[in-house]
Design a protein around this ligand. Sequence first.
Ligand code: FA5
Length: 344
Amino acid sequence: MAAIDVALRGLTDRALLELTRAGDRSAIEAWRTGYLGRSGALSLHMRSIGQLPSEERPAAGQAANAAKDTLEAAFAARQRELEEQALDQRLESEHIDVTLPGRPIHTGGLHPITHTLRRILEIFRDMGFQVAEGPEVELDWYNFQALNIPPEHPARDMWDTFYVKPPSILLRTHTSPMQARIMERTRPPVRVVVPGRCYRYEGQDASHEWMFYQVEGLAVDKGLTMADLKGVLVAFARRIFWPEIQTRFRCDYFPFVEPGVEMSVQCPLCRGEGCRVCKTTGWIELLGAGMVHPRVLRNVGYDPDVVNGFAFGMGAERIAMVKHGVDDIRSFYGNDLRFLQQFT
Ligand code: FA5
């Protein structure tokens, strides 16, 4: 075999071997330039044929053209092969298992206190009460003075107050200011409940928050008695908790009622044994109540010789605690989803 044929065979074998090792697009491109490009090994080989004796040139030219065809075909095949491999890899990496179950979508839920407030209002609506709402930033007049608590009255100590603009503008400490606001604009008979946020400048513990919800109740008509008040509240407790719940009324003092009472229910957490939440008394105080003081009626232009009324103010968190056996009021506003999701 002539030396030129040996050189061509060596070049072709080397090229084909290198091609199988070229593993990506840039490697085979470099291979193509290195062998088939204008200055590539095969092109140089072809140029060297011109220096052969003329009788050897045709055969050497044919052999070189055949080698060129072989290398070009091998290049095209390798290129296809690599493209297919790349496609396979992409399909593998972007594989979607359509049989996998979908990820759950987390929907929001109502806060347990919102649930409780809605239930409280529903029960009073069934008993014929209307629902009203009022301002959280309140005047001293409505929060205290219209309720028979003049400036400097010692009873103000019962409600530690956040002032917005002392001495006349404050964050309401209870929903009772709505008593006067409603009576001012309504003629008796009145039967209304008022839900809303209240604020007190006091320390927190298992049963006290500085912000909490109350629901105020007010009924004014001719001939109402303590028996009406008690009947409404006991009926309410039996519906919101359970029919056999034990209730207790004891005398209490609020300047805007006479007589005044507090109503407690038996602690459901310890069933009356005494625990942290009921402060070992076995009872949880839910609300203050009483017969509307004649002076309050007069302050809003009602005649206490003609009409009288009863009022109550309950803590919504206390009711939610009793209902769901929650032993710390601070859990409601701690924003721990593990706690809150139990109620949705
Ligand atoms: C009052 O606020 C009176 N306005 C209630 C009232 C209305 C009496 C009408 C008579 C007639 P008292 O401060 O006791 O009363 O609060 C009433 C209820 O609100 C309490 O029984 C309790 O359930 C709830 N409460 C009071 N303070 C807090 C607090 N810091 N955190 C959570 N709940 C509270």
